[in-house]
Design a protein around this ligand. Structure first.
Ligand code: HEM
Length: 424
């Protein structure tokens, strides 16, 4: 079962009818039902640094305004990423450790080891391949009939790209999507619906599969061949990460990070961009009339969608923010999804404006030392997708309401039906 299957949704109350100190921004129904906007608006206006005493994820602070999120995200000494960056606590039976959940110096060493995979030179080399793959996917879609956009395009493209950067067997690429979904979909982590035993089995399968791939690459290198430029070869060749295969927790954690990092995020931005062009038809017309706006539109979509709703930190000492005293040891959740809609910082934040000025000034990639390592890759995939869409189609009409992910972490779509109209 993936994130959103068979979830019964009870009606959510009007946010203004709930006592302010009981508003629970971690309720996954807010995201599954697309109701989070009004809840966050109230909290941003009335109690922007908000404390909830009691929740399924324990007590936590919510940081909801743009500038306060900047203050927290850029202060890693006070706001530690250890032991974990999702609101929930990881399961003791599955200890994981990865560099997004580490502070310096370990974070910096491990990030530096894998960063070359997304270096500008490597990205430039990937561009042609991405274009070829998205073109093939788009050319294979039936015209004029209802199709499932999430599985046929968004998931397909991101799994192909991940298989490329991992040099993972192409025919098994759908496993990458599955592992990514189960990694973040546990109820105790994000309010997801993935069964505990299924999750453990899947993640061990992931570790074993990547373990075998690692050994295969090590043997290839030992036989005198030059190492590849994929993520496993880079980790295997770097002195800070080469023994990671023997540190199961870190091995599993870093693979999970790289798979999730490059997966749900880009996938949900692609789906979100199609929905946005349906909700704002004038902006779609503007884009079609002027495809040079695509790079700007891509940033605007990534802001509007905010594919990862939050990151959490733990305060390492008492700290005052917005007139509130955050105590040492408190859990602090930065809601990017709210900061990106903060009217104090962004004009008309709920609207998608494809030629918005300074569209890249958003929070979706985070800030500071953990700022998304794959941000340029994600943007590139979206840009190429739209360049190729506009060459082929006049319209991508969304039919009915999309089904959204039941999670307070992944802000995205399980399913979205569309009908394509080719260019006249
Ligand atoms: C970190 C979002 C694409 C790999 C992050 C963070 C966010 C994020 C919010 C944490 C930032 C923080 O704590 O300050 C996104 C979005 C994407 C995207 C919205 C696409 C639209 C990718 C891709 C990759 C990737 C394609 C694949 C290489 C990572 C890694 C980290 C990270 C490895 C950890 C960085 C660190 O801790 O130093 N991303 N991401 N991301 N992302 Fe992405």
């Amino acid at each position: 079962m993936t994130n959103n299957t068979a979830v019964k949704i009870d009606a959510l109350p009007d946010p203004y009818s709930v006592p302010l100190d009981q508003i629970n921004l971690s309720d996954p129904r807010l995201y599954a039902e697309n109701q989070w906007g009004a809840y966050f608006r109230r909290v941003r206006d009335e109690d922007p640094v908000h404390y909830l005493k009691d929740s399924p994820f324990g007590p936590f602070w919510s940081i909801t305004r743009f500038e306060d999120i900047v203050a927290v995200d850029t202060n890693h000494e006070v706001f530690s990423s250890e032991p974990f960056i999702m609101i929930g606590e990881p399961d003791d039976s599955l200890p994981v450790s990865n560099f997004i959940s580490m502070d310096p110096p370990k974070h910096d060493e491990q990030r530096a080891a894998v960063q070359p995979v997304v270096a500008p030179k490597n990205l430039a080399q990937m561009e042609g391949l991405i274009r070829e793959r998205i073109s093939e996917i788009l050319d294979s879609l039936p015209i004029g009939e209802e199709i499932e956009w999430v599985s046929s395009v968004s998931k397909e493209l991101t799994s192909q790209m991940l298989a490329t950067i991992f040099d993972f067997p192409y025919e098994d690429r759908h496993k990458l999507i599955y592992w990514s979904d189960v990694a973040t979909g546990a109820p105790e982590l994000s309010g997801g619906t993935v069964d505990h035993d299924e999750r453990i089995t899947a993640l061990f399968d992931m570790v074993n599969t990547f373990g075998a791939l690692w050994q295969q690459k090590a043997q290839f290198r030992a036989a005198g061949n030059a190492p590849g430029f994929d993520l496993i070869s880079l980790m295997e060749a770097n002195e800070n990460t080469r023994d990671m295969i023997h540190r199961t927790e870190e091995f599993m954690g870093n693979l999970g990070l790289l798979i999730v990092g490059g997966n749900d995020t880009t996938r949900n931005s692609i789906s979100g961009s199609v929905l946005a062009m349906n909700q704002f038809p004038d902006e779609f017309a503007k884009l079609k009339a002027n495809p040079e706006l695509i790079p700007n539109m891509v940033s605007e979509i990534i802001r509007w969608q905010t594919p990862l709703a939050h990151m959490r930190r733990i305060a390492t000492r008492d700290y005052e923010l917005g007139g509130k005293l955050i105590k040492k040891g408190d859990k602090v959740v930065m809601w990017y999804v709210s900061g990106n809609r903060d009217e104090r910082m962004i004009e008309n934040p709920d609207r998608v404006i494809v030629d918005r000025a300074r569209a890249r000034q958003h929070l979706s990639f985070g800030l500071g030392i953990h700022r998304c390592m794959g941000n340029r890759l994600g943007e590139m995939q979206l840009r190429i997708t739209w360049e190729e869409i506009l060459k082929r189609f006049d319209d991508i009409r969304v039919v009915g309401e999309p089904v959204r992910v039941h999670s307070n972490f992944v802000n995205g779509y399980e399913s979205m039906k569309v009908v394509l109209t080719p260019k006249a």
